[in-house]
Design a protein around this ligand. Structure first.
Ligand code: K1U
Ligand code: ZN
Length: 168
């Protein structure tokens, strides 16, 4: 397994729209294992393939306290949405930045598992937030896109400063 580099906002590769996964082979299973290792090490509760510069519709998630409930979503589609909730979100591609985002409270998602078998889950609370955040990544969207232009500018400046300090 390997730790994968995570793209950081405003990297333009975060804007690439992911294509469906078509081949369920050993290379895909290696990519999934590497993404879980990267997500757990970060640490994070989700990771979309886009964030590691792999532009296929693949997401890994684990919102459990014990980190023992790994979930792989391939070619996911939200087929039902209900209600709304506002949650403070973070993003491994926008380090140190947290902001409130309004999302659906409950989503029903159809997807393929790592063997290519069709699955469906009914998610609410944090899992629903995380799924919507990761699906946005696959569509080339980052959570700071929901902020005002002024707040986005502040985020860019903060990240620029952080990068300059890291390079010094
Ligand atoms: O997609 C990502 O960048 C991962 C992101 C997912 C997410 C977090 C919060 C709300 C919506 C989506 C993260 O995992 S950021 C890190 C984080 O939230 C966290 C890390 C360790 C423990 C608990 C949370
Ligand atoms: Zn993110």
């Amino acid at each position: 397994m390997a730790l994968l580099p995570i793209l950081e906002y405003p990297d333009e590769r975060l804007r690439i729209v992911a294509r469906p996964v078509e081949i369920f082979d050993a290379a895909l299973h290696r990519q999934i294992a590497d993404m879980f290792e990267t997500m757990y090490a970060a640490p994070g509760i989700g990771l979309a393939a886009t964030q590691v510069d792999y532009h296929r519709q693949l997401i890994v998630i684990d919102v459990s306290e014990e980190k023992d409930r790994p979930l792989v979503l391939i070619n996911p589609n939200i087929v039902e949405k209900e209600g709304s909730q506002t949650c403070q979100e973070g993003c491994l591609s926008v380090p140190t930045v947290f902001a409130d985002v309004e999302r659906a409270e409950r989503v029903v998602v159809e997807f393929l598992d790592r063997e290519g078998k069709a699955q469906r889950i009914d998610a609410s609370g944090l899992l629903a937030v995380c799924i919507q955040h990761e699906l946005d990544h696959l569509a080339g969207k980052v959570f700071v896109d929901y902020l005002s232009p002024l707040k986005r500018q502040l985020v860019k400046r903060k990240l620029d400063k952080r990068r300059r300090q890291q390079a010094a």
